[in-house]
Ligand binder design. Structure first.
Ligand code: NAD
Length: 390
């Protein structure tokens, strides 16, 4: 059994997926390194074992800790005195559940990619496993790690813009504007397969990010959703464009647009929150700035790194103002929060700062419930549907 005391050492990280040619695993590796809290010591990096071993060797992972598959990784690592403490799951959606479950049941904590699972039944079962085992499961809703998102959240909570009336969140991308899945694009191929991706195409892949971000910043919980999904690329099996209206508890309204076919939009996630006394706007491609407009006042730009920012915003910034920070730093802020949550549990204390602002199992479950409600609404002639978890 691994020595689980984290005191005086880095947290030992294993990875499933994220091998040669994969996308998000590399971002996890950058993010895990930035604060020197984690060391990657083991992996089953690829669905093809040979390719996985070659990748491990290139990345200086000891040969005896590069595994053919996740089952062997879990079996061997949970027996080692210096076995992994946590496994990052960077594989397609349908594999998250069996991998996460096996890790948790073997006493290994989990950092899981979004969406948590490809079905709501799997997400519910996983939540039960987390509850039964008492282990940690963090979900990488990347955008909630940005400093200016922490600032927006704190300012909404402090009442700067008053009671929130409407939230407009959009996540348009262009990369699937043509049928790239028919041309062997690795990332697109599984994302258009309902069995591997889940029921929601754009809405599962990026709508879940937008939904989480809107809820994180405003603190609002959905009451019901109504959705109109479209598939513009011929032969594609899942939606590539989703328009969703949200009624929030308490009366606020929301509008969410996710699209994989929005030509000209590279990663154009945008959040706008309008309250009774003002508004806040944030654009992922200009992430160091938050735009604030008070009622009947002039628009101001609040910048990362400058004075008068919330403690969490400041803690999430690494460089002085004027030095752009972005995606990798935001991702590493989540890893910093995961590290704090794990160390706090180890030391039997409450997590401080960043460790209290990380997406966990219930956030993952809510995301999958949102996808389910959206697809139900669309399939039932755009009726209002209440997500099972909110
Ligand atoms: P990808 O296709 O680029 O990579 C998937 C990797 O998983 C590959 O290396 C593949 O060989 C490996 N793999 C598949 N099944 C495996 C198994 N059973 N055992 C070991 N390895 C296995 O996919 P991607 O774009 O990196 O997406 C992976 C996950 O990350 C998805 O859940 C996706 O939704 C999520 N994602 C999150 C973000 C974010 O911002 N947080 C961004 C992109 C992707």
């Amino acid at each position: 059994m691994a020595n689980k005391t984290l005191k005086g050492r880095r947290i030992r990280l294993g990875m499933v997926g994220g091998g040669e040619g994969a996308y998000i695993g590399g971002i996890h590796r950058f993010a895990a390194r930035l604060d020197n809290q984690f060391e990657l010591v083991a992996g089953a990096f690829d669905v093809n074992a040979e390719r996985g071993h070659a990748f491990a060797a290139q990345n200086f992972i000891a040969a005896d800790r590069s595994y053919d598959d996740y089952q062997s990784l879990i079996a061997a690592e949970s027996r080692r005195e210096d076995g992994v403490d946590v496994v990052a799951i960077c594989t397609p959606n349908f594999t998250h559940y069996p991998i996460a479950r096996a890790c948790l049941e073997a006493g290994i904590d989990v950092i899981c990619e979004k969406p948590l699972t490809s079905t709501l039944a799997d997400a519910e079962a996983l939540a039960e496993v987390v509850g039964n085992t008492g282990r940690f499961l963090g979900v990488t809703y990347t955008y909630s790690g940005y400093p200016m998102i922490a600032e927006a959240r704190q300012r909404v909570e402090a009442g700067l813009i008053g009671r929130v009336r409407t939230v407009q969140v959009e996540y348009p991308l262009e990369w699937m504007a043509t049928g790239i899945e028919f041309n062997h694009n690795q990332q697109a191929a599984w994302r258009v397969d309902p069995k591997k991706n889940g029921r929601g195409g754009s809405v599962g892949d990026i709508g879940t990010h937008a939904y989480h971000l809107a809820g994180y910043v405003t603190g609002l919980k959905a009451e019901s959703v109504v959705a109109d999904l479209a598939t513009f690329v011929e032969g594609r099996m899942l939606d590539d464009n989703a328009h969703v209206m949200i009624r929030y508890q308490g009366g606020a309204r929301g509008l969410l647009w996710s699209s994989q076919v929005a030509i000209g939009c590279s990663n154009s996630l945008r959040l706008r929150v309008f309250g009774e006394k003002g508004s806040l706007m944030w654009f992922q491609e200009q992430p160091n700035e938050l735009i604030y407009t008070p009622l009947e006042g002039n628009t101001r730009i609040i910048k990362r790194g400058r004075a008068d920012l919330d403690a969490l915003t400041a803690a999430r910034s690494r460089t002085p103002p004027g030095h752009p920070e972005g995606y990798i730093e935001a991702f590493s802020n989540l890893y910093a929060g995961f590290a704090e949550a794990l160390r706090a549990r180890d030391e039997q204390r409450e997590p401080a700062g960043a460790g209290r602002h990380i997406p966990q199992i219930y956030d993952g479950l809510k995301g999958v419930a949102f996808v389910d409600a959206v697809v139900d609404s669309h399939e039932q002639n755009t009726r209002w549907v209440t997500p099972k978890y909110r």
